[in-house]
Design a protein around this ligand. Sequence first.
Ligand code: NAP
Length: 305
Amino acid sequence: MNASASASARAAGPRLVVFGCGYVGAATAAWAQARGATVTALTRNPATAAALRAAGIEVVVADLAGSDWHAAIPGGAEWVLNSVSSGGGGIDGYRRSYVEGTRSVVAWARSAGGIGTLVYTGSTSVYPQGDGAAVDETAPTDAAGERPGLLLAAEAAVRGAEAEAGCRRSFVLRLAGIYGPGRHHVLDQLRSGAGEIAGAGSHRLNLVHRDDIVGAIAACFLARPEQGGGIFNVADDAPAPKAEVVAWLAGRLGVPVPRFTGEPAGGRRAVTPDRIIVNRRAREVLGWVPRYPSYREGYAKLLSH
Ligand SMILES: NC(=O)c1ccc[n+]([C@@H]2O[C@H](COP(=O)([O-])OP(=O)(O)OC[C@H]3O[C@@H](n4cnc5c(N)ncnc54)[C@H](OP(=O)(O)O)[C@@H]3O)[C@@H](O)[C@H]2O)c1
């Protein structure tokens, strides 16, 4: 795009700012660009920055938790997405990216004179439930847990932005396990001939396809003006036992079905709990409808490429 085309796109369409422009953030940026939006992204990573610039995105390279970037990004953006990850670094990375990073976004919004709709991609890992429980947004969260507690502090900062930072409305989307193009760990394990897989086969997997996450973010940005913000689970319609998912994939690939170790995956302290993340609120309030309602549709699409 040349300079004058870029200027007219800026004048015509909304402006999206993406903080932490990785797997979900970049896909959301592409969605917004397709609607004529101007996109600014903040990332720490110079290689990511180069790829984003090549895609026509304005990039600010900085750590979200600092404030040196505040002056570089004007306020007033209609759409703001915070989709940082912990960026590695264990518990300190959690605190820095999620809590300090989100508080920095709120401070920027306040000092920059306000923003429109703020969306934060949180996680269903704030919930402690297992034993097959159905978990909606009214379920208790694990505020005492070290990592869940930090995620909940980030959520609180996001929700507080309406009162404290001139944010018109703020949404927390608690995401289930993300999969999609280029991110399909179980499929990769089966393709590489893994004889065993971590976790408990009887525990249900709560998944959501990347494109359905973008759909949920878009539903927040495009919600009618009188729609307020809130907290929403974002998971597909049909959590299925991990053993069922793996057997289905193995059948599609024509490989033997691996056994489950019953042990946590490397780096995890516990196996993924067995529960059903309920997405009814996102469907009813946001009008969000997953394009991939179960693992079958999502993986069938991935296998077709
Ligand atoms: N993966 C899952 O299954 C899952 C499930 C539930 C929720 N979530 C949440 O969903 C969100 C989006 O996930 P994703 O898969 O899109 O993550 P991702 O691909 O790792 O992208 C996150 C981006 O945030 C950047 N980042 C991290 N810390 C930063 C900081 N302090 N300052 C600036 N940039 C920073 C990373 O950049 P660098 O390259 O510099 O590190 C990366 O580009 C995350 O909040 C994640 O926790 C994920």
